[in-house]
Design a protein around this ligand. Sequence first.
Ligand code: FES
Length: 170
Amino acid sequence: MEYNAKRRGFIKGAGAAFGVAAAVGGVVALYGMKRTWDPLPSVVAAGVTEVDLSELRAGELIRVVFRKKPVYILKKGEGTPTNEKRDIIINGEAYTVVVAICTHLGCIPAWNSNTQQFKCACHGGEFDVSGVNTFGPPKRPLDIPPFRIDGARLVLGEEGEEYKRLASLD
Ligand code: FES
């Protein structure tokens, strides 16, 4: 009898301990789920990418990440064809700024400085130095991301006057 009573006591105690553990586990799981649902501060802040272009040389291309997408920024050199519907003018210098995602099926076109073209290896699409489609399956130019000019800095993710002007020319 005494053995049974002890055993019952043990079972009750184990049941209570399991209940507490389950409750704690549930709270931890809910906390984890809430953190998953909440936008992280860094992600919200990552909506804007600022790039200082003061050191960029003529003919040089850099790649930055904007909202998890690659963006090419090319400083046009002397003699490089200009495109008044697409060029971004900063301190009197012309730049090509495009989302580096092919407008056909989304591959990343490569910059070829010899031919002054963006070439997409997936299906042979080609874009000129301003990002305009010139050959192959892409039906439209590379996208220009929203931007604002702040001195020698390009602020990607904000729609400044220059961006609105280019968008109105489309
Ligand atoms: S994805 Fe670029 S040409 Fe098809």
